[in-house]
Each structure stands twice: as structure tokens, then as C-alpha cells.
Design a protein around this ligand. Sequence first.
Ligand code: UDP
Length: 479
Amino acid sequence: MVSANASVQMVFFPFVGGGHQIPMIDTAIASASHGANSIIITTLSNSLQFHKSIARHQHSGLPVSILTLPPNLEISDIDMSASPATDTSVLRQPLQQLLQDLRPDAIVIDMFHRWAADVIDELQIPRIVFHGSGCFSHCVFHNVTHYAPHEKLGFDSDPFVVPGLPDPIELTRSQLPPFIRDPSQGFDRRKKAEENSFGTVTNSFYDLEPAYADYLRDVIKTRAWLVGPVSLFNQKTEDKSERGKIPTIDEQTCLNWLNSKEPNSVLYISFGSLARLPRGQLKEIASALESCDQPFIWVVGKIFKSSETEEEDESDWLPDGFEQRTIETKKGLIIRGWAPQLLILEHKSVGGFMTHCGWNSTLEGLSSGVPMMTWPLSAEQFTNEKLVSRVLKVGVEVGSREWASWKDERREVVGKEKVEKAVRKVMGKSEEAEKMRERIRDIAAKARRVVDERGTSYADIDACIHELTLRRQTCFKTN
Ligand code: UDP
């Protein structure tokens, strides 16, 4: 058994996949830099995505390590649309064994790993739930579930105002995820798992959404440590570049291209790690870019295929000659696969971010001071859009109206005209655009302050670790 004065040992159990895993690993590193002994547990194949970055941190003296579950166990076929449909039963016993051996002071688990709650609680190990999203969307989802305003509407496209919130936030039923439209599909279980936890860790910061952080703590009564933006704990270029995966573009090629552009002139377009847009949609985006004559970096991930047998051929997803013209005029950079997003967003030439409003991308855009064109697709992205466009007023809505799982075919295609309008608004020189830039620069400055030694997120990480230390000492005294 560890001594009462040894470092607090925290186990982190991330959900497999970009948007949830990346910030959890950043949080493990941040906790290690605050003195905790951080251990990340995952499957062997998944650990390959980030083991180099962990090795770099170890090399610089941080107490952070990876522990893999038995090699024959793999978490695969993850359904991110509502509740993960993964067969997790095979993981229960190895997880229990591992925790029994380690006896950590706490385990931080992704909110999707609800299945692990009873295994952990049986061992009386404090369980901290990691939220993939911010306070605002938590409050919106809580109140929509509680007051059910969407149930009183005739049509999915009818707007309603979410009751009880600090701002009048308008949504439509078509923008709600299935697990909120019908809470028994997942939200109720998530709430229950949180109720019995030691607390929650949220990748956000108080000054970004103070009214909602207060609402979460005081009204919803969720115990939350706000520790973000955790992406800012990556200081070295390699760590910023290789978050989640190794980029498919050479980092220096990308930076050289950006260096050749005017400040604030480049539009960065990315829809995150999961989204698959249909070919028709990509064509609309390409035509809009040409009409605006807009310099851009466009990350094209996977393209939606309506069947497994559909050809992988990517040649017909752009208007004729678009890619050739892009290369010849040096107007744009198309990245197929994975981009070094943090490096791009932080570059002075980048002046706008067309984003699907995944919470990490949103927070990374905010912390880099880049105004946004918001284009939510699924998960809680429609609520993140409202935070950006209506509450913080640092982005323009492109006009996405329909929630759809990343696996399903989207019925809605947002037309070229809407895309063009949003691009011109954000990238232009109007007074409105200037004001947005000023506001977001102010947010970015705050984001950098909160992770500093006297900042609130810094203090929240310390507070969490301090509480676990006290708990350890109390347990020692009573045993
Ligand atoms: N990301 C990246 N390169 C890419 C695509 C995504 O580094 O080409 C990172 C991005 O910086 C963010 C995460 O992957 O940290 C995506 O998370 P987000 O919550 O924005 O969206 P999701 O992928 O979960 O839909």
C-alpha cells in the first residue's frame, strides 16, 4: 500500500477516439505537471496513437505512464451516436483486476464508460467523470430534459426557447440528439452515473461561461472542476502537432504555406475526427471558396459512402479543375486525413475557422482567438454553436439545421450561397467582423491566463489533487 505522503495516484480511462481521448490525455498530463502520478489505461492498439507523446513527457520528468489492458482485448466498433453499443462486458474483469492491483486515489473515466461505474464503486475508489463538453451544453441538455419544451411542438423545425437558462437560447427538435429527445436512450443513465460520482472534470474555464458554470454548480448541483482549455498544456511544437494522430501532411510544409500568407487571411476548415460529409456537400463548399476567392486550408476526412461497396474514388467530389486551380494559384491547401490543428489555429495567418463545433475544436478556436463559421452536425454540437454565435458572439451560423449521427446519411445539404455568406461575414472587414475579432482575442487572452499559476483552471486542478490527498490521509488515520 502507498504511504500517506506519496503523490496522489490518478488513473485515467479515456474513451477510444479523437474528440474524447485527446482532451483526457491532455488532462492526465496536466495533472502530472501538478504533482499527481497519472496512469492512462487503454488498449494496446489504441496506445500506439499517443505513446510517443507520453514518452516525451516522461523524458522531461513528468510522472505519466500508459498501462494497457490485456492485448487480446480491443474496444472496437464504437457507436458514438447515442450510448456506445460496444460490448464492454469483456473489459469488466480486467479493469477490476487492474484497479485492485493499483489501488489508485481516483479514477477519471469518460462519461461514455458508464458501464464501469459499479466495478469502480465496489472497490470504493473515487470515480471522477470526465465531460467531453462544456458547462453550457450540459445546462442546455439538463433543462431540455427537465422541462421537455420540445415535446409540445408540432414540427421538428419549430423553434423553442430552453427554459430556465441565463440567456434565451433557441433550438429546434431537429437539432437535438436522440438521447435528449428521448432521455431514456442515454441521458438519464449519464445523470445517474454522475450523481454517485466523486465529481466531474470539465474541459472549460470559468471566465468563458461564468453564468453556466454557476448554474451547473448551484442549480444542477453538479460538482465540477473546470480545468481547461487542456489543449494549452501542450507547449512543444511536436506535442501540438501530434495530438491524437500523426498528421498526414508534413508539419513544416503546412507552416511554410501559412507563412507565405497575410495575417488573418486564411480560412481553416475542419469537421473533426468523425464527420463524413456527402460528396454533394463538399462540392458546395468548394464552389463557395472559389466564389469568394478565399485562401484556405481544408481538412477532408472521410467522405460519406452510402454503402460499403461504394467506390473510394475521391476524384469526383470537387468541381472540375478545382484541385488543379488550387495548386496552381497557391490559394489553398487540401489535407486528406489528419491536420496539425493546434499549430494551424495558432498561426497568425489564420483568420477564420469553419467548424463542426465539436467541443475541442470550439475551445481550440476560442483559445487561439479565431472567429468561427459554425456548422454543427451531431452530438452536442448544435448547443456549442449557440454558445459561440449567440452568447459569446464570436461566430456566424452557416445554417445547419439537422442533427444526424456521423454514421448516417445527411438529408440536408447546405447550399453554396449560405456558405459564401458566412465566409464573407467572418473573413471580411466589416465592423461586425472586427468586433467579433476583438471579442475572441479577449477570450483567447483569458484562456491563456487561466492555465497560468494564478489562474482558475490551474487552481481547480490543484484543488482536485489536494482533495484526493486529504482523503488519502484521512483513510490512513482511520485504518
Ligand atoms: N483534430 C486534429 N486534426 C484533425 C482533426 C481533428 O488535430 O485533422 C483534433 C482537434 O484538434 C480536436 C479533436 O481532434 O482536438 C477533435 O475533437 P472535436 O471535439 O472537435 O470533434 P470530434 O472529432 O469529437 O467530432
